[in-house]
Structure formats: C-alpha cells, structure tokens
Design a binder for this molecule. Sequence first.
Ligand code: GMT
Length: 374
Amino acid sequence: MRIGVVCHPTFGGSGVMATELANHLGRQGHEMHVISYAQPVRLDPFNTQVHFHEVQVQDYPLFLYQPYELALSSAMVETVRKERLDILHVHYAIPHAYAAFMARQILADQGIHIPVVTTLHGTDITLVGQLPAYKPAVCFSINHSSAVTAVSESLRQETIQQFNIVRDITVVPNFVDMKRYGRGDAAARLRIAQPDEAILCHVSNFRKVKRVLDVISIFAEVHQTRASKMVMVGDGPERPAAEALAIQLGVQDEVLFLGKTSDVERILGISDLFLLPSETESFGLAALEAMASGVPVIASRAGGLPEVVDHGRNGYLEPVGDIHAMAERAKYILSNASTHAMFSNQALEAAQKFSMEHIGQTYLNLYQQLIDGK
Ligand code: GMT
C-alpha cells in the first residue's frame, strides 16, 4: 500500500506512535509518506520505504498567524497526487483531521477519492479539543473522517460524551516495539546511582497535565526511607517549578533533570520504577514503554491508564494527587528484590499484549477495508 501519515513531529506520544507505525509498515514493504512541518524525531533515516514531506509555511507579513492548515491541506493534496497514495492516516485531530477533510474535498473535485483515517490521541479531545475556538471544527472533522480510531476505550467514551458524534469509533491501542526495550547493564546504572540505590524515572513533556510536581513529592517521600535517585527525562513548562520543588524538599542532589534525550530506552533499561501521576492520560505510552523495559509503574487512576497498568500485578494506580498513597506503593515495590522482580516480570509480560506487529496489522486491515470500500 501507499500510505500517507500526518503527525506532529515533536516528542509527544502521538508523533512517536505515528512515526513508529510508518517505520514498521515501511519495513514490511509498504510505501510510507510522512507529512509534517519538520522531520519527526523518531523517523528512521535508514528505511528507504519511508519518505518525509515537509509542509512549507510561507511567512507573509499581512498575517499575524500564518495559516498552517492551508499549507498542510495543500501538502496533502500534492503528496496524494504525486505519490499516488491509497490512504491518508492523520494522528491527533487538531489540526490534522480538519486539514485532511479539506484535502479530501479538493482531491474529490479533481476526481481523486481517498479515505482518511483519524486517530484520536488524548488532549486533542480532552483538553485542546474542548476549547470553544476548536470544538465545532474538531467535532465536524471527526464525523467526516472515513474511519476514526481512539487509543483507548476511555478516550472513545470521552469523545462520545464530549462531542456530538454520529459515527463509530474503533479502539486501536498504542503499541510498543518490544525489540527496542530491555534491561540495561550494571555499568550504565553506576553512572547514575550507587549500587544500593533504586532508580525512579519519569518521562514526559512536563506540561501541567503530567503533574511533575507530584513526581518530585512522591520521590521525596520515598527517599526518606529508601536510598534512591530520581531521573527526570523531558522538558516543558513545569520544569522550573519541579527544579524549585526539589530544592525546597532538599532532594536536589538526588533528582537528575536530563532534558530531552533520544536515549529513553537506555534510561528505562536501568530504571527500577516509573512514575506517571498525570491528571489525565488517554493511554500513557510512556508507561507502556517502561513496562516493555520490565519497569513497574505507579500511576494515577485516570483516563486510559487502567487499560495499560494492571493494579497490583505490574504496578499500582492511585487517585490523582494522592502523593502519599503513590509513595507507599513505590516503597512496597522497591522493598525487596523478589517483590520487584515479580512486578518487573509481570510488566514485561503485560507489555507484550501491545506489540507493534499485532497493532500494525490491525491498522493495515482497517486501511484495506477502506480502500476496498471506497
Ligand atoms: O497530550 C499529550 O501528552 C500529548 C499527546 C501526544 O500527542 O503525544 O499524548 C497523548 O497521546 C499519547 C499517544 O497516543 C498517549 O499515550 C497519551 O496518553 C496522550 N496524552 C494525554 O492524554 C495527556
């Protein structure tokens, strides 16, 4: 198949999912065309089946805001025509589903009929999509996609509750490439922590919804009774406040802020516990990646996280903001080697349900159905 993929190119989970799917289907021999305003970080430069098309936004002084959606629709039209694409798959509704609707109309006018799959990822529905400035356009473009998928049942339900949806939404969960993840070596561990110290880890874009201040507070409580280090991966608006809180709680020497790094797999591979106390999380790809590395997860009981983390088997789920309960669970998992090993093995086992091969095939089946039916 010749498949167009539209995504945000940055470190967010939707861009990661879209790019990994493109890499995976490219390796299977499909011709993949990724359309975005910059080359996505995870795009495999050695995969000759995966091509990148940059959206060219022209800077024109009349516009205070440059019309990105127009440029994106035009890029989709051009790519579909030039590369003779069979299908377009857009990740994250805003602004992609809307721009895809326009592209489809323009193409139909030229006698080219192409199905569009929209995948809803989370904040496109739960946060940004709720803003009055976007809501009607998001609802319209969901209803007018050829097929819509959501990354969890929770997100599917929320979409139906929050919007006037008049069509089916299929759940296709996030996936993980199990081959990329695994336990790391002892030497790498020693660069971060002493042999007797546990390593806790958090990966996110440090936005308010991730509650990174809770991460620091949970760690500070754990650190009172358990020798440990906290590794913070990523960057974003809440980082200065998190750094300040670490100082205030006296754990600044134990909390390592590593910023944005493409070495997430290696860091997870030497971690003992993953913290994800988000306000909401439609799926929690970061938690799944931790589990694929054999790292148990302490997370909030919110959104789609219960569909990923199995409470009491591969981690624990506690109410949003319940720092003390999360710290107690963390201490328990880290209390002895055999408890930790049990949680770690169960995390690895659970992650296998979300293997890339399985989910990749689910998307291919959906594409084929739409192509056959168009
Ligand atoms: O809002 C974000 O955190 C960014 C967004 C994205 O575009 O990466 O993440 C959402 O999509 C991920 C991939 O499907 C999910 O794993 C995240 O749970 C989801 N984030 C939220 O719902 C907060």
